[in-house]
Design a protein around this ligand. Structure first.
Ligand SMILES: Cc1cc2nc3c(=O)[nH]c(=O)nc-3n(C[C@H](O)[C@H](O)[C@H](O)COP(=O)(O)OP(=O)(O)OC[C@H]3O[C@@H](n4cnc5c(N)ncnc54)[C@H](O)[C@@H]3O)c2cc1C
Ligand code: FES
Ligand code: FES
Length: 469
Protein backbone atom coordinates (compact mmCIF):
# COMPACT_ATOMS: atom_id res chain seq x y z
CA UNK A 1 0.00 0.00 0.00
CA UNK A 2 1.04 3.59 -0.30
CA UNK A 3 2.20 5.47 2.77
CA UNK A 4 -0.80 7.81 2.61
CA UNK A 5 -3.27 4.93 3.03
CA UNK A 6 -1.22 3.52 5.92
CA UNK A 7 -1.18 6.92 7.66
CA UNK A 8 -4.89 7.62 7.24
CA UNK A 9 -6.51 4.19 7.41
CA UNK A 10 -4.19 2.21 9.68
CA UNK A 11 -2.81 4.93 11.93
CA UNK A 12 -6.03 7.00 11.79
CA UNK A 13 -3.96 10.17 11.32
CA UNK A 14 -6.39 12.00 9.10
CA UNK A 15 -4.65 15.38 9.16
CA UNK A 16 -2.76 14.27 6.05
CA UNK A 17 -5.17 14.86 3.17
CA UNK A 18 -5.92 13.06 -0.08
CA UNK A 19 -6.22 15.46 -2.99
CA UNK A 20 -5.14 14.49 -6.48
CA UNK A 21 -3.51 11.14 -5.57
CA UNK A 22 -1.05 11.84 -8.40
CA UNK A 23 1.70 13.91 -6.77
CA UNK A 24 0.42 17.24 -8.08
CA UNK A 25 -1.25 19.00 -5.14
CA UNK A 26 0.86 18.41 -2.02
CA UNK A 27 -2.14 17.78 0.27
CA UNK A 28 -0.55 14.48 1.33
CA UNK A 29 2.92 15.87 2.10
CA UNK A 30 4.84 14.22 4.95
CA UNK A 31 8.46 14.43 6.07
CA UNK A 32 10.83 11.48 6.00
CA UNK A 33 13.89 11.65 8.26
CA UNK A 34 16.95 9.44 7.77
CA UNK A 35 20.68 9.47 8.23
CA UNK A 36 22.49 10.50 5.08
CA UNK A 37 26.27 10.96 5.07
CA UNK A 38 26.28 10.97 8.87
CA UNK A 39 23.67 13.70 9.32
CA UNK A 40 19.99 13.45 10.15
CA UNK A 41 18.18 14.81 7.13
CA UNK A 42 14.46 15.42 6.61
CA UNK A 43 12.90 15.58 3.16
CA UNK A 44 9.32 16.12 2.08
CA UNK A 45 7.59 13.27 0.21
CA UNK A 46 4.21 12.99 -1.49
CA UNK A 47 2.82 10.10 0.57
CA UNK A 48 0.21 9.28 -2.10
CA UNK A 49 2.96 7.99 -4.42
CA UNK A 50 5.30 6.52 -1.80
CA UNK A 51 5.07 2.75 -1.36
CA UNK A 52 5.12 1.86 2.31
CA UNK A 53 8.37 -0.06 1.80
CA UNK A 54 10.15 3.22 1.01
CA UNK A 55 9.30 4.43 4.53
CA UNK A 56 11.15 1.51 6.08
CA UNK A 57 13.77 2.59 8.64
CA UNK A 58 12.80 6.29 8.37
CA UNK A 59 11.18 8.76 10.74
CA UNK A 60 7.85 9.68 9.15
CA UNK A 61 6.39 12.97 10.36
CA UNK A 62 2.77 13.86 9.70
CA UNK A 63 1.04 17.13 10.57
CA UNK A 64 -0.02 15.63 13.91
CA UNK A 65 3.65 15.16 14.80
CA UNK A 66 4.27 18.91 14.53
CA UNK A 67 1.64 19.89 17.08
CA UNK A 68 2.53 21.30 20.45
CA UNK A 69 0.89 19.64 23.39
CA UNK A 70 -1.74 21.04 25.67
CA UNK A 71 -0.27 22.58 28.82
CA UNK A 72 3.13 23.38 27.24
CA UNK A 73 4.72 26.58 28.56
CA UNK A 74 3.51 29.51 26.42
CA UNK A 75 5.71 31.00 23.70
CA UNK A 76 6.11 34.72 23.11
CA UNK A 77 3.10 35.82 21.06
CA UNK A 78 0.80 32.92 22.06
CA UNK A 79 -2.83 34.09 22.24
CA UNK A 80 -4.51 33.67 25.66
CA UNK A 81 -5.12 29.94 26.05
CA UNK A 82 -8.65 28.76 25.37
CA UNK A 83 -7.82 25.28 26.58
CA UNK A 84 -6.66 23.94 23.23
CA UNK A 85 -3.03 23.14 22.45
CA UNK A 86 -1.30 26.27 21.17
CA UNK A 87 -0.23 26.46 17.53
CA UNK A 88 3.43 25.91 16.77
CA UNK A 89 5.18 28.95 15.23
CA UNK A 90 4.86 27.59 11.67
CA UNK A 91 1.12 27.05 12.09
CA UNK A 92 0.90 30.45 13.78
CA UNK A 93 2.60 32.11 10.80
CA UNK A 94 -0.04 30.61 8.49
CA UNK A 95 -2.82 31.84 10.80
CA UNK A 96 -1.36 35.32 11.34
CA UNK A 97 -1.00 35.90 7.59
CA UNK A 98 -4.53 34.61 6.86
CA UNK A 99 -2.86 31.99 4.69
CA UNK A 100 -5.71 29.51 5.09
CA UNK A 101 -9.39 29.47 4.19
CA UNK A 102 -11.03 26.06 3.73
CA UNK A 103 -7.89 24.56 5.30
CA UNK A 104 -7.65 21.51 3.04
CA UNK A 105 -4.19 22.40 1.75
CA UNK A 106 -2.93 23.84 5.05
CA UNK A 107 -1.46 20.64 6.60
CA UNK A 108 0.58 20.11 3.42
CA UNK A 109 1.90 23.68 3.39
CA UNK A 110 2.67 23.51 7.12
CA UNK A 111 4.54 20.20 6.78
CA UNK A 112 6.57 21.56 3.83
CA UNK A 113 7.49 24.68 5.81
CA UNK A 114 8.42 22.57 8.85
CA UNK A 115 10.62 20.56 6.48
CA UNK A 116 12.28 23.82 5.46
CA UNK A 117 13.00 24.54 9.15
CA UNK A 118 14.67 21.11 9.39
CA UNK A 119 16.67 21.43 6.18
CA UNK A 120 20.25 22.62 5.86
CA UNK A 121 19.29 25.22 3.25
CA UNK A 122 20.13 28.86 4.09
CA UNK A 123 17.03 30.40 5.71
CA UNK A 124 16.20 32.87 2.96
CA UNK A 125 12.68 33.87 1.95
CA UNK A 126 13.39 32.51 -1.54
CA UNK A 127 14.29 29.08 -0.11
CA UNK A 128 11.22 29.08 2.14
CA UNK A 129 8.98 29.74 -0.87
CA UNK A 130 10.83 27.09 -2.90
CA UNK A 131 10.04 24.57 -0.14
CA UNK A 132 6.31 24.91 -0.89
CA UNK A 133 6.65 24.58 -4.67
CA UNK A 134 4.80 21.25 -4.55
CA UNK A 135 1.79 22.58 -2.64
CA UNK A 136 -1.29 23.96 -4.31
CA UNK A 137 -4.03 26.06 -2.71
CA UNK A 138 -7.23 26.65 -4.58
CA UNK A 139 -8.87 29.26 -2.39
CA UNK A 140 -6.55 31.47 -0.36
CA UNK A 141 -4.25 33.10 -2.89
CA UNK A 142 -0.53 32.70 -2.77
CA UNK A 143 0.55 36.12 -1.54
CA UNK A 144 -0.59 35.45 2.03
CA UNK A 145 1.03 32.01 1.93
CA UNK A 146 4.27 33.58 0.71
CA UNK A 147 4.12 36.08 3.57
CA UNK A 148 3.72 33.15 6.00
CA UNK A 149 6.75 31.47 4.38
CA UNK A 150 8.72 34.71 4.81
CA UNK A 151 7.79 34.75 8.52
CA UNK A 152 9.02 31.17 8.88
CA UNK A 153 12.33 32.14 7.23
CA UNK A 154 12.50 34.96 9.79
CA UNK A 155 12.20 32.45 12.64
CA UNK A 156 15.47 30.83 11.50
CA UNK A 157 17.60 33.95 11.17
CA UNK A 158 19.63 33.34 14.35
CA UNK A 159 20.39 29.70 13.60
CA UNK A 160 24.03 30.32 12.66
CA UNK A 161 25.91 27.02 12.46
CA UNK A 162 23.61 25.15 14.82
CA UNK A 163 22.14 21.86 13.54
CA UNK A 164 18.62 22.50 12.16
CA UNK A 165 16.91 19.89 14.39
CA UNK A 166 18.42 21.13 17.66
CA UNK A 167 17.75 24.77 16.73
CA UNK A 168 14.12 23.99 15.82
CA UNK A 169 13.61 22.14 19.12
CA UNK A 170 15.33 24.84 21.15
CA UNK A 171 13.14 27.54 19.55
CA UNK A 172 10.04 25.34 20.08
CA UNK A 173 9.39 25.32 16.35
CA UNK A 174 8.99 21.58 16.81
CA UNK A 175 8.11 19.33 19.74
CA UNK A 176 10.98 18.53 22.13
CA UNK A 177 10.91 14.80 21.36
CA UNK A 178 12.43 15.51 17.93
CA UNK A 179 15.77 15.73 19.76
CA UNK A 180 15.57 12.01 20.60
CA UNK A 181 14.98 10.89 17.01
CA UNK A 182 18.62 10.83 15.86
CA UNK A 183 19.79 8.12 18.28
CA UNK A 184 16.51 6.20 17.87
CA UNK A 185 16.91 6.11 14.08
CA UNK A 186 20.49 4.88 14.38
CA UNK A 187 19.34 2.15 16.77
CA UNK A 188 16.51 1.22 14.42
CA UNK A 189 18.85 0.98 11.44
CA UNK A 190 21.10 -1.42 13.34
CA UNK A 191 18.15 -3.64 14.19
CA UNK A 192 16.85 -3.81 10.58
CA UNK A 193 18.95 -6.50 8.90
CA UNK A 194 21.99 -4.37 9.58
CA UNK A 195 21.31 -2.05 6.64
CA UNK A 196 17.83 -0.67 7.09
CA UNK A 197 16.49 -1.97 3.78
CA UNK A 198 13.08 -3.53 3.53
CA UNK A 199 13.42 -7.30 3.09
CA UNK A 200 13.37 -7.97 -0.64
CA UNK A 201 11.20 -10.53 -2.35
CA UNK A 202 13.36 -13.14 -4.13
CA UNK A 203 10.64 -13.86 -6.72
CA UNK A 204 10.58 -11.88 -9.98
CA UNK A 205 9.24 -8.57 -8.86
CA UNK A 206 8.32 -5.16 -10.09
CA UNK A 207 11.19 -2.73 -9.54
CA UNK A 208 10.10 0.43 -7.76
CA UNK A 209 12.29 3.51 -7.36
CA UNK A 210 10.43 6.50 -5.96
CA UNK A 211 7.12 5.28 -7.40
CA UNK A 212 6.30 8.66 -8.97
CA UNK A 213 5.66 7.11 -12.33
CA UNK A 214 4.34 3.65 -11.37
CA UNK A 215 1.87 4.85 -8.73
CA UNK A 216 0.41 7.39 -11.15
CA UNK A 217 0.19 5.08 -14.17
CA UNK A 218 -0.51 1.71 -12.50
CA UNK A 219 -1.82 2.49 -9.04
CA UNK A 220 -4.27 -0.43 -8.77
CA UNK A 221 -1.94 -2.95 -10.38
CA UNK A 222 0.78 -2.10 -7.86
CA UNK A 223 -1.37 -3.11 -4.88
CA UNK A 224 -0.96 -6.82 -5.59
CA UNK A 225 2.41 -6.77 -7.34
CA UNK A 226 5.49 -8.32 -5.71
CA UNK A 227 7.85 -5.39 -5.32
CA UNK A 228 11.58 -4.95 -5.23
CA UNK A 229 12.39 -1.65 -3.56
CA UNK A 230 15.28 0.10 -5.31
CA UNK A 231 15.23 3.54 -3.63
CA UNK A 232 17.23 2.58 -0.55
CA UNK A 233 18.89 -0.62 -1.77
CA UNK A 234 22.55 -0.65 -0.79
CA UNK A 235 24.99 0.25 -3.55
CA UNK A 236 22.39 1.82 -5.84
CA UNK A 237 22.92 5.43 -4.76
CA UNK A 238 25.92 7.73 -4.78
CA UNK A 239 27.45 10.15 -7.27
CA UNK A 240 31.22 9.77 -7.48
CA UNK A 241 34.13 10.67 -9.72
CA UNK A 242 36.18 7.80 -11.17
CA UNK A 243 39.07 9.28 -13.12
CA UNK A 244 37.54 11.58 -15.73
CA UNK A 245 34.18 9.81 -15.47
CA UNK A 246 31.22 10.30 -13.19
CA UNK A 247 29.41 7.26 -11.85
CA UNK A 248 25.84 7.61 -10.60
CA UNK A 249 23.77 5.03 -8.76
CA UNK A 250 20.43 4.40 -10.52
CA UNK A 251 18.49 5.25 -7.37
CA UNK A 252 20.03 8.72 -7.06
CA UNK A 253 17.11 11.10 -6.82
CA UNK A 254 16.69 14.38 -8.66
CA UNK A 255 17.46 16.11 -5.35
CA UNK A 256 20.65 14.03 -4.95
CA UNK A 257 21.69 15.15 -8.43
CA UNK A 258 20.75 18.78 -7.76
CA UNK A 259 22.71 18.85 -4.50
CA UNK A 260 25.77 16.88 -5.67
CA UNK A 261 28.90 19.05 -5.23
CA UNK A 262 30.60 17.13 -8.07
CA UNK A 263 27.78 17.78 -10.54
CA UNK A 264 27.36 21.38 -9.36
CA UNK A 265 31.03 21.94 -10.10
CA UNK A 266 30.73 20.63 -13.66
CA UNK A 267 27.23 21.99 -14.42
CA UNK A 268 27.07 25.49 -12.93
CA UNK A 269 23.40 25.94 -13.99
CA UNK A 270 22.31 22.58 -12.55
CA UNK A 271 20.13 24.13 -9.83
CA UNK A 272 18.22 26.17 -12.45
CA UNK A 273 17.77 23.11 -14.67
CA UNK A 274 16.61 20.89 -11.77
CA UNK A 275 14.18 23.55 -10.57
CA UNK A 276 12.29 23.01 -13.85
CA UNK A 277 11.75 19.34 -12.97
CA UNK A 278 8.56 18.51 -11.01
CA UNK A 279 8.46 19.88 -7.42
CA UNK A 280 10.50 19.53 -4.23
CA UNK A 281 8.61 16.50 -2.77
CA UNK A 282 8.67 14.69 -6.14
CA UNK A 283 12.34 15.51 -6.72
CA UNK A 284 13.08 14.07 -3.26
CA UNK A 285 11.89 10.60 -4.35
CA UNK A 286 12.04 10.48 -8.17
CA UNK A 287 15.06 8.45 -9.30
CA UNK A 288 17.26 8.74 -12.36
CA UNK A 289 16.69 5.10 -13.39
CA UNK A 290 12.93 5.64 -13.06
CA UNK A 291 13.23 8.60 -15.44
CA UNK A 292 15.16 6.55 -18.00
CA UNK A 293 13.04 3.39 -17.78
CA UNK A 294 9.62 5.02 -17.80
CA UNK A 295 10.74 6.02 -21.31
CA UNK A 296 8.65 9.15 -21.48
CA UNK A 297 9.59 11.03 -24.68
CA UNK A 298 9.94 14.16 -22.53
CA UNK A 299 11.80 12.80 -19.47
CA UNK A 300 13.92 15.77 -18.44
CA UNK A 301 16.94 13.96 -17.06
CA UNK A 302 16.78 11.45 -19.90
CA UNK A 303 17.27 14.35 -22.30
CA UNK A 304 19.99 15.80 -20.05
CA UNK A 305 21.97 12.54 -19.92
CA UNK A 306 21.43 11.68 -23.61
CA UNK A 307 23.44 14.78 -24.49
CA UNK A 308 26.17 13.54 -22.14
CA UNK A 309 26.15 10.24 -24.05
CA UNK A 310 25.63 8.38 -20.75
CA UNK A 311 26.39 4.67 -20.56
CA UNK A 312 24.21 2.23 -18.61
CA UNK A 313 25.38 -0.88 -16.84
CA UNK A 314 22.49 -3.35 -17.03
CA UNK A 315 22.58 -6.40 -14.76
CA UNK A 316 20.31 -9.35 -14.04
CA UNK A 317 21.91 -10.66 -10.85
CA UNK A 318 24.41 -12.89 -12.63
CA UNK A 319 25.69 -11.07 -15.73
CA UNK A 320 26.12 -7.43 -16.72
CA UNK A 321 26.39 -5.57 -20.01
CA UNK A 322 26.96 -1.99 -21.04
CA UNK A 323 24.50 -0.10 -23.20
CA UNK A 324 24.63 3.54 -24.32
CA UNK A 325 21.52 5.36 -23.10
CA UNK A 326 20.82 6.39 -26.71
CA UNK A 327 20.42 2.72 -27.66
CA UNK A 328 17.89 1.99 -24.89
CA UNK A 329 14.82 3.22 -26.77
CA UNK A 330 13.49 1.06 -29.60
CA UNK A 331 10.02 2.56 -29.98
CA UNK A 332 7.29 4.15 -27.87
CA UNK A 333 7.81 2.68 -24.37
CA UNK A 334 9.73 -0.27 -25.94
CA UNK A 335 13.17 -0.81 -24.50
CA UNK A 336 16.33 -2.64 -25.46
CA UNK A 337 16.23 -4.43 -22.10
CA UNK A 338 15.55 -8.05 -21.17
CA UNK A 339 12.99 -8.99 -18.52
CA UNK A 340 14.88 -9.23 -15.23
CA UNK A 341 17.53 -6.71 -16.28
CA UNK A 342 17.87 -3.58 -14.21
CA UNK A 343 20.11 -0.52 -14.26
CA UNK A 344 23.02 -1.05 -11.89
CA UNK A 345 25.04 2.03 -12.73
CA UNK A 346 25.07 5.11 -14.96
CA UNK A 347 28.32 6.67 -16.16
CA UNK A 348 29.46 9.52 -18.38
CA UNK A 349 32.61 11.51 -19.18
CA UNK A 350 32.83 14.62 -17.04
CA UNK A 351 32.90 17.77 -19.19
CA UNK A 352 36.46 18.97 -19.78
CA UNK A 353 37.76 22.56 -19.89
CA UNK A 354 36.71 22.99 -23.56
CA UNK A 355 33.20 21.59 -22.98
CA UNK A 356 30.00 23.58 -22.65
CA UNK A 357 26.59 22.19 -21.69
CA UNK A 358 23.09 23.60 -21.98
CA UNK A 359 19.60 22.31 -21.13
CA UNK A 360 16.38 23.99 -22.25
CA UNK A 361 12.77 23.13 -21.44
CA UNK A 362 9.59 24.81 -22.60
CA UNK A 363 6.34 23.90 -20.85
CA UNK A 364 2.96 25.56 -20.51
CA UNK A 365 3.80 26.57 -16.91
CA UNK A 366 7.38 27.25 -15.83
CA UNK A 367 7.13 25.04 -12.75
CA UNK A 368 5.48 21.70 -11.95
CA UNK A 369 4.77 20.94 -15.56
CA UNK A 370 6.06 18.50 -18.12
CA UNK A 371 7.79 19.74 -21.25
CA UNK A 372 6.26 20.50 -24.63
CA UNK A 373 9.80 20.25 -25.95
CA UNK A 374 13.09 19.87 -24.07
CA UNK A 375 16.62 19.58 -25.39
CA UNK A 376 20.23 19.50 -24.25
CA UNK A 377 23.52 20.18 -25.99
CA UNK A 378 27.02 19.13 -24.98
CA UNK A 379 29.64 20.71 -27.17
CA UNK A 380 33.43 20.57 -27.22
CA UNK A 381 35.26 23.32 -29.09
CA UNK A 382 38.83 23.98 -29.99
CA UNK A 383 39.07 27.75 -30.25
CA UNK A 384 36.17 28.61 -32.55
CA UNK A 385 35.79 25.17 -34.18
CA UNK A 386 33.43 22.47 -32.92
CA UNK A 387 35.29 19.23 -32.16
CA UNK A 388 32.30 17.24 -30.97
CA UNK A 389 28.62 17.87 -30.21
CA UNK A 390 25.83 15.77 -28.73
CA UNK A 391 22.33 17.11 -29.18
CA UNK A 392 19.19 15.54 -27.65
CA UNK A 393 15.51 16.39 -27.98
CA UNK A 394 12.29 15.38 -26.21
CA UNK A 395 8.65 15.86 -27.21
CA UNK A 396 9.72 15.54 -30.83
CA UNK A 397 8.94 11.85 -31.45
CA UNK A 398 7.80 8.65 -29.73
CA UNK A 399 11.05 8.32 -27.75
CA UNK A 400 13.57 10.65 -26.15
CA UNK A 401 15.95 11.36 -29.03
CA UNK A 402 19.69 11.60 -29.51
CA UNK A 403 19.86 13.58 -32.78
CA UNK A 404 22.65 11.63 -34.48
CA UNK A 405 22.77 13.39 -37.85
CA UNK A 406 22.67 16.87 -36.39
CA UNK A 407 25.26 15.95 -33.76
CA UNK A 408 27.58 14.59 -36.49
CA UNK A 409 26.95 17.67 -38.69
CA UNK A 410 28.47 19.98 -36.07
CA UNK A 411 31.88 18.27 -36.19
CA UNK A 412 34.68 20.56 -37.48
CA UNK A 413 32.21 23.38 -38.19
CA UNK A 414 32.87 26.94 -36.98
CA UNK A 415 30.68 28.27 -34.19
CA UNK A 416 28.77 30.85 -36.20
CA UNK A 417 25.23 31.76 -37.16
CA UNK A 418 25.31 29.83 -40.47
CA UNK A 419 26.27 26.55 -38.71
CA UNK A 420 23.49 26.98 -36.17
CA UNK A 421 20.89 27.77 -38.83
CA UNK A 422 21.87 24.73 -40.90
CA UNK A 423 21.87 22.48 -37.82
CA UNK A 424 18.41 23.68 -36.80
CA UNK A 425 17.16 22.90 -40.33
CA UNK A 426 18.80 19.46 -40.33
CA UNK A 427 17.30 18.63 -36.94
CA UNK A 428 13.86 19.00 -38.54
CA UNK A 429 14.58 15.92 -40.68
CA UNK A 430 15.28 13.81 -37.59
CA UNK A 431 12.10 14.54 -35.64
CA UNK A 432 8.48 13.43 -35.96
CA UNK A 433 6.48 15.43 -33.42
CA UNK A 434 2.70 15.02 -33.25
CA UNK A 435 0.04 17.57 -32.37
CA UNK A 436 -1.34 16.99 -28.86
CA UNK A 437 -2.32 18.82 -25.69
CA UNK A 438 1.24 20.13 -25.36
CA UNK A 439 1.25 21.88 -28.74
CA UNK A 440 0.81 21.41 -32.48
CA UNK A 441 3.38 19.66 -34.63
CA UNK A 442 4.37 22.98 -36.20
CA UNK A 443 4.79 24.61 -32.80
CA UNK A 444 7.03 21.81 -31.53
CA UNK A 445 9.15 21.97 -34.69
CA UNK A 446 9.54 25.73 -34.24
CA UNK A 447 10.36 25.24 -30.55
CA UNK A 448 13.20 22.84 -31.26
CA UNK A 449 14.72 25.22 -33.82
CA UNK A 450 14.52 28.11 -31.40
CA UNK A 451 15.91 26.08 -28.51
CA UNK A 452 18.92 24.97 -30.58
CA UNK A 453 19.60 28.67 -31.17
CA UNK A 454 19.03 29.31 -27.45
CA UNK A 455 21.71 26.73 -26.56
CA UNK A 456 24.28 28.67 -28.57
CA UNK A 457 23.16 32.10 -27.40
CA UNK A 458 23.55 30.90 -23.79
CA UNK A 459 26.78 28.99 -24.30
CA UNK A 460 28.66 31.50 -26.45
CA UNK A 461 27.70 34.94 -25.10
CA UNK A 462 30.99 36.31 -26.42
CA UNK A 463 29.83 35.69 -30.02
CA UNK A 464 26.67 37.81 -29.64
CA UNK A 465 24.53 35.35 -31.58
CA UNK A 466 21.20 36.94 -30.59
CA UNK A 467 20.63 37.98 -34.18
CA UNK A 468 20.46 34.41 -35.60
CA UNK A 469 17.24 34.53 -37.64
C1 LIG B 1 3.66 15.48 -10.09
C2 LIG B 1 4.70 14.89 -10.98
C3 LIG B 1 5.51 15.75 -11.72
C4 LIG B 1 6.48 15.22 -12.57
N1 LIG B 1 7.25 16.10 -13.25
C5 LIG B 1 8.23 15.61 -14.06
C6 LIG B 1 9.08 16.52 -14.75
O1 LIG B 1 8.97 17.74 -14.64
N2 LIG B 1 10.03 15.98 -15.55
C7 LIG B 1 10.21 14.62 -15.69
O2 LIG B 1 11.10 14.19 -16.42
N3 LIG B 1 9.42 13.75 -15.03
C8 LIG B 1 8.45 14.22 -14.23
N4 LIG B 1 7.64 13.34 -13.55
C9 LIG B 1 7.78 11.89 -13.81
C10 LIG B 1 8.61 11.11 -12.76
O3 LIG B 1 8.69 11.78 -11.55
C11 LIG B 1 10.04 10.88 -13.22
O4 LIG B 1 10.06 10.24 -14.45
C12 LIG B 1 10.84 10.08 -12.21
O5 LIG B 1 12.22 10.22 -12.49
C13 LIG B 1 10.47 8.61 -12.15
O6 LIG B 1 11.31 8.00 -11.18
P1 LIG B 1 10.74 7.03 -10.04
O7 LIG B 1 11.90 6.54 -9.26
O8 LIG B 1 9.68 7.70 -9.24
O9 LIG B 1 10.11 5.89 -10.95
P2 LIG B 1 9.23 4.63 -10.55
O10 LIG B 1 7.79 4.99 -10.68
O11 LIG B 1 9.67 4.05 -9.26
O12 LIG B 1 9.66 3.65 -11.73
C14 LIG B 1 9.51 3.99 -13.10
C15 LIG B 1 9.99 2.80 -13.95
O13 LIG B 1 11.38 2.58 -13.74
C16 LIG B 1 11.63 1.24 -13.37
N5 LIG B 1 12.85 1.23 -12.56
C17 LIG B 1 13.09 1.92 -11.41
N6 LIG B 1 14.38 1.70 -11.03
C18 LIG B 1 14.94 0.88 -11.94
C19 LIG B 1 16.24 0.31 -12.13
N7 LIG B 1 17.26 0.56 -11.30
N8 LIG B 1 16.44 -0.48 -13.22
C20 LIG B 1 15.44 -0.74 -14.11
N9 LIG B 1 14.20 -0.25 -13.98
C21 LIG B 1 13.96 0.57 -12.91
C22 LIG B 1 10.36 0.78 -12.70
O14 LIG B 1 10.22 -0.63 -12.72
C23 LIG B 1 9.31 1.49 -13.56
O15 LIG B 1 9.07 0.74 -14.74
C24 LIG B 1 6.65 13.82 -12.69
C25 LIG B 1 5.85 12.96 -11.93
C26 LIG B 1 4.88 13.49 -11.10
C27 LIG B 1 4.03 12.55 -10.30
S1 FES C 1 -2.75 13.76 -2.90
FE1 FES C 1 -2.08 15.34 -4.25
S2 FES C 1 0.06 15.13 -4.10
FE2 FES C 1 -0.63 13.45 -3.01
S1 FES D 1 -7.21 27.03 1.91
FE1 FES D 1 -8.59 25.96 0.63
S2 FES D 1 -7.26 24.88 -0.70
FE2 FES D 1 -5.95 26.17 0.36
Amino acid sequence: MVLLDFIRYQQQLTGTKIGCNEGDCGACTILAGEYSNGTLQYRSYTSCLTPLGNAHGKHIVTIEGLNRTKGEPPLKGDPPSAGAAPLNPVQQAMADESATQCGFCTPGFTVSLAGFCLSHKPPTVQNAIAAIDGNICRCTGYKSIERAAARVAGLLQNRGNEAPVSFAVQQQLLPAWFASIGPRLQQLKLSLNGNGVYPQDAAPARLVGGGTDLYVQKHDEMQDAPIRFMLDSPGLKGIVQEGNRCSIGPSATVTDIKESPLLQQHFPRLADHAALVSSTPIRNIATLAGNFINASPIGDFTIFFLALDAMLVLGNGSTTRELPLRKLYKGYKTLNKQPGEYIEKIGFNLPGPNSRFSFEKVSKRTHLDIASVNTALHIVTDGSTIQEAHLSAGGTGPVPQFLEKTSAFFKKKPVEAATIRQAAALAQSEITPISDARGSEAYKRLLLSQLIKAHFITLFPELQLETIA
